[in-house]
Design a protein around this ligand. Structure first.
Ligand SMILES: *Cc1c(COP(=O)(O)O)cnc(C)c1O
Length: 364
């Protein structure tokens, strides 16, 4: 292929990835009504509205745009990812849009539903070697063997977000808050998986000089909170997170602790309690990481309320509920993992009714 040709392919490919199909841009910003919490407006940025049902759509879109622009994704080269989750579904979606082959190397015991969704987007999958961490290396080797591009989200997505010129979640939030009673939020609350979303928010706040602070919620078994609290950048836990999408056993390269004002460790049972409350009381269908976010929002809203501060708090609906109907949303699955959300559910119910927030400490 001549250079002109490949440039023309790239420009057309980026155009297609940007358009992405019939989707909602920007994703909706939904108010969450908590009448007992006076003077504090809560908004949920609904990233589950993306065509693949997850905020990973935005991240993978930026990675495709940047990889095409820098010549790493070209016509006829396959794309390979290493993940059991939403990155693979979004990767398959964009590869198929460009007519490229896509293979996800997935850990053993990946849920059949996820595999079906990868296939549904036109992708293939193969089960990688044990342990789960080896999947990354296997995908890299497969990409080399096939002459393809390894979509390495933990290493590349944060930079891709920063340079791709694609709208970040923060760009959209501030435009959408225009005209609201508190258009500059007191807090934005997010979880960290790759760290790219919290990094994009933190960068935006600094560039624009907003007084908004960034809080990152962190589930059990994650290295992020202890690393942030101790300043120890090579902290590892060796344990996987039970909240899909967030919490990592080690510090990933995209995580930018310097832009985070507060990290909030959230017990897994509290994440599930908040997830249940969203579903049954607020009618919001979301995944477990959204429960973690909501727990952080309650904590901050209580702090603002105590200090007599009025304002807004924005957090994220990171993915849809349907992949979790047989796991986190199934009480017997939750019980089998030794998690008891009931006391935390009582905390949330009391908070939304009365504005009273206990420290939320319950024995595991
Ligand atoms: C990936 C993910 C996050 C974290 O986003 P990063 O930008 O990777 O840090 C949060 N929630 C959900 C549901 C996710 O899938």
């Amino acid at each position: 292929m001549t250079e002109e040709h490949s440039n023309a392919w790239a420009a057309e490919a980026i155009r297609r990835v940007r358009e992405g199909g019939p989707h909602v841009t920007p994703t909706p910003l939904r108010p969450l009504s908590l009448p007992a919490i006076r003077g504090i407006d809560i908004y949920l940025k609904d990233e589950s509205a993306h065509p693949t049902g997850s905020m990973k759509y935005r991240l993978v879109r930026a990675m495709f745009c940047e990889a095409i622009a820098s010549g790493a994704i070209t016509a006829d080269r396959p794309v390979i990812a290493a993940t059991s989750g939403a990155v693979a579904v979004a990767g398959a979606h964009f590869a198929s849009l460009l007519g490229l082959d896509f293979t996800a190397v997935v850990p053993a015991r990946t849920a059949a539903e996820v595999l079906a969704r990868i296939e549904g987007e036109g992708g293939r999958w193969q089960v990688g070697e044990q342990p789960p961490a080896a999947v990354q290396e296997e995908a890299r080797a497969l990409a080399e063997r096939l002459g393809g591009h390894f979509l390495d989200h933990f290493t590349d997505v944060e930079r891709a977000m920063a340079v791709s010129g694609e709208p970040t979640i923060a760009d959209e939030i501030f435009v959408q808050l225009n005209g609201e009673p508190h258009p500059v939020p007191e807090w934005i609350v997010a979880g960290a998986g790759t760290g790219a979303t919290s990094a994009a928010v933190g960068r935006h706040l600094r560039r624009m000089g907003h007084p908004t602070r960034l809080a990152v919620v962190d589930p059990e078994n994650s290295a992020y909170f202890p690393a942030w609290a101790s300043g120890c950048g090579d902290y590892t836990t060796g344990m996987p997170s039970r909240i899909p999408g967030i919490g990592r056993p080690r510090i990933e390269p995209g995580f930018l602790p310097a832009v985070i004002d507060l990290m909030i460790p959230v017990p897994d049972a509290a994440s599930i309690a908040a997830l249940r409350w969203l579903r049954t009381a607020a009618g919001i269908e979301a995944g477990p990481a959204t429960g973690t976010n909501l727990w952080g929002v309650c904590h901050l809203a209580a702090r603002m309320s105590e200090a007599g501060v009025h304002g807004s708090i924005v957090t994220v609906i990171g993915d849809t509920a349907d992949p979790y109907l047989n796991t986190h949303l199934d009480p017997s699955w939750v019980r089998a993992r030794g998690l008891d959300p009931a006391p935390y559910e009582a905390d949330i119910e009391r908070f939304v009714r009365t504005g009273y927030w206990p420290a939320g400490q319950h024995p595991a």
